[in-house]
Design a protein around this ligand. Structure first.
Ligand code: SF4
Length: 329
């Protein structure tokens, strides 16, 4: 059974235009879109990855990364193939930049798997979930009805209408803000203004939002641009958690890994504007743990995926001063 895409328009001569993301691919009969997941089949946009799963695993929620949403919990995490960006340093390129072997799982089956494995939520992750839009929409709606929560780990490159529809059944989102310069985004196959809009819409919708920026030498490590990013995030909400993540050579990029000193410089700068800043892939507990910004108590100690959150009460408040620090679903 092939499923049809929700966001496309018909042009003349069996051509169609995808309306899901700002690439707006125009496809002739038989052509496949930039993201590898949508095909023009005789004037209809067919989905090549609906119910096609490449990866499924129960992960710590901190691995998404989400540090302020149900801290210490494990979550069923799934992905398909394809992406609407082409980052040369992609850490998951085997499934994002080429079709990969899949196993077929329908939305109802995925929700049953989550329940059977004792997961209270589902994370759509590993590759870009917005190019799996229709499957994520169907699954997240069923999951919500079953009392599960839904998490997106995304590059945020999506048009506003589909975003507004999907986030109605999403509870938490981590957006990968890859750089804070339009030209850099264009080189990666994306669009900064669209990603900024996604973050803003998600914040205004009241879902839980965290941000990740991979610090890639020569691409996203310019301190002036980073400072603009930190200021902009703070203007939305200074309690938005920010994960500054260390890059390692991968896929088509062989530049050396980000230095510790660069990561710590960016961390210190970000802390001038934001309450919660973390460094990913450095594996130093000092940069992974959560300190209450009101009273200075260490409320969550993280050491890789060992989480001690005794400093928080059951509602995610600092036990000492009562400040709300984490969202608990
Ligand atoms: S979702 Fe895919 S097919 Fe649609 S416009 Fe974006 S890259 Fe093109």
């Amino acid at each position: 059974m092939q499923k049809m895409a929700l966001y496309f328009t018909s042009l003349s001569d069996e051509k169609i235009k995808c309306e899901l993301c700002p690439h707006h691919c125009v496809l002739e009969n038989g052509q496949i879109g930039f993201c590898l997941t949508r095909k023009n089949k005789e004037g209809i946009m067919e989905l090549l990855n609906y119910g096609q799963i490449t990866s499924i695993c129960v992960d710590p929620i901190e691995k998404k990364p989400l540090f302020h949403f149900n801290p210490g919990e494990k979550i069923l995490s799934v992905g398909t193939f394809g992406c609407n960006m082409k980052c040369a340093f992609c850490q998951n390129w085997e499934i994002s930049q080429q079709p990969a072997p899949t196993r077929r799982v329908l939305p109802e089956q995925l929700v049953s798997i989550a329940l059977e494995r004792g997961s209270r939520g589902i994370a759509y992750t590993y590759n870009e979930p917005f190019v799996w839009f229709e499957f994520v929409l169907d699954t997240s709606r069923i999951a919500s009805k079953e009392g599960l929560y839904n998490v997106l780990v995304t590059n945020g490159l999506v048009e506003e209408d589909p975003l507004s529809l999907l986030i109605q059944s999403i509870h938490a989102i981590n957006v990968d803000l890859k750089a804070f310069e339009e030209e850099t985004y264009r080189r990666l196959g994306g669009d900064l203004n669209t990603v900024k809009r996604t973050i803003k819409v998600a914040v205004e919708a009241g879902i839980h939002v965290e941000i990740t920026t991979l610090i890639v030498p020569g691409i996203s490590d310019d301190m002036e641009h980073l400072e603009e990013e930190f200021k902009w995030l703070a203007s939305l909400d200074k309690s938005l958690p920010l994960h500054l993540s260390r890059y390692f050579p991968n896929y088509r990029m062989s530049n050396p890994a980000t230095s510790n000193s660069k990561l710590i410089e960016a961390y210190n700068l970000a802390r001038q504007y934001l309450d919660y800043v973390y460094i990913g892939n450095l594996w130093d507990s000092n940069y992974e743990s959560t300190v209450c910004p009101s009273c200075g108590t260490l409320v969550v100690r993280r050491d890789r995926y060992e989480i001690q959150n005794e400093g928080l009460d059951r509602e995610g408040r600092c036990k000492k001063c009562g400040k709300k620090i984490a969202k608990v679903f």
